[in-house]
Ligand binder design. Structure first.
Ligand code: HEM
Length: 132
């Protein structure tokens, strides 16, 4: 990898805010559409508009772009914010499968998608708060 490529953040690599928004929208569209993700869909509110905005704001910063989430809500405290929802391995795995499918369907560069899947897994696994 050249130094120039190494300096590009995942946020930029995804196409900035428009790219991140596209990924988040596909992620929640799939959660609504696919029976395989019904287990995590039912943990969410009836309308996903708020969830879309929050994940979009969070991911912009997490991927190396602007800190929209922190500007609005302060420290994410993601694990604490997920405690009200029962998350075991099966919910973690559904979240991961939904995100991997969303990355594929929005044509994220496969090398970047593989790197992000690893990073997402670390966060998703840390969110587990129930035994299977
Ligand atoms: C492990 C499986 C996961 C499940 C089942 C899950 C489920 C949920 C649910 C039900 C909400 C509430 C949605 C709402 O209030 O509209 C939520 C919020 C959120 N999730 Fe997750 N999530 C998971 C993993 C993740 C991961 C890996 C990330 C980040 C990479 C993430 C980022 C967020 C953010 C930023 C919020 C908004 C928090 C707030 O301000 O209230 N989640 N999640």
């Amino acid at each position: 990898m050249s130094e120039e490529q190494a300096a590009v953040t995942p946020f930029e690599h995804l196409g900035g805010e428009a790219g991140v928004r596209g990924l988040v929208d596909r992620f929640y569209d799939l959660m609504d559409l696919e029976a395989a993700y019904a287990g995590i869909r039912k943990l969410h509110p009836a309308t996903l508009d708020g969830s879309r905005d929050k994940l979009f704001w969070f991911l912009c910063g997490w991927l190396g772009g602007p800190d929209h989430y922190i500007d609005r809500f302060g420290h994410p405290m993601l694990r604490a914010r997920h405690l009200p929802y029962a998350i075991a391995s099966s919910e973690r795995d559904q979240w991961m499968a939904c995100m991997i499918q969303a990355m594929e369907e929005t044509s994220v560069d496969p090398a970047l998608a593989a790197r992000l899947a690893e990073a997402f897994f670390g966060t998703a696994d840390w969110m587990r708060n129930r035994r299977d």
